[in-house]
Design a protein around this ligand. Sequence first.
Ligand code: PBG
Length: 324
Amino acid sequence: MHLQRRNRILRQSPAIRAMVRETLLTPNDFIVPLFIVEGENLISEIPSMPGYFRRSLDQTIKEVKELWAMGLQSVLLFVKCDDSLKDNRGTEALNPNGLMQRSIRAIKDAVPEMLIMTDVALDPFSSYGHDGIVENQEILNDATVEVLAAMSVSHAQAGADFVAPSDMMDGRIGAIRLALEENNFTKTGIMSYSAKYASSFYGPFRDALDSAPGFGDKKTYQMDYANRSEAIRETLMDIEEGADIVMIKPALSYLDIIREIKNTVDVPVSAYNISGEYAMIKAAAKMGWIEEDKAILETLFSIKRAGADLIASYFAKDAVRLLG
Ligand code: PBG
């Protein structure tokens, strides 16, 4: 055969493949989610997330130091709220001495340069397990947004670098930005979960925080997975309202959405490689059906290749180890 082009020329050795590789992953690409619980010296594995842990604050600080030493420079904090403190309005979320606020201060104190992002949503604090205030089985929008704005100010006061609203209420980014401005937090960023889908892959996370909805589902606020244009509209609106970074969540069933948003917007785009996506790889690897390390890297590269500038992932430490 006489071929004009032989595409295999660029694949024939590791050196050539490395030279023409289009996508790179570095520790800077990752945001590390952390689950914090009350108590001391506690580390408990999340049953549906093998190899991932809930930690008390003292142990979280140890972990944050380790992350920093590995080159991982941003964490996304979630706290598990005691059942006795939950109510319909998520009152505990605003407690200046709540677990989240104490954690922010303690982590800042221990590793001042670590970027702290905080989850802003009511579900871990809600007696109904919903991301908003409930009235007659409905999730109220505007009343919820007021709490989210106050919660963001409270996190900023404690020292959060970015607040990350994960609730999908309308108008919350604008309200949060205004509240931050009014309180003189002009350096606090907003990473908006701008296109967050109602997904069956959040299950293990809800186990981790004991935050599953007590009735119904989240489809009146999180998006329908059949929709694409809506994700663009949601994201553009969040940017207009003041989001510094936008996020698509989940990642793997939504790689097309990540790419489309990356092509459309001019702010950094992040994607959340969520708990169910983690659990699937862990479960298949445990069965001996896939090779875990290879599957992890392939997954993370696919998310980056799709267009994510940043990836929130439970595999961040594995990635740094594997990229060596
Ligand atoms: C809720 C929230 C969820 C996740 C992050 N914030 C779950 C939900 O919407 O029910 C999921 C993260 C994951 O699955 O890893 N505000």
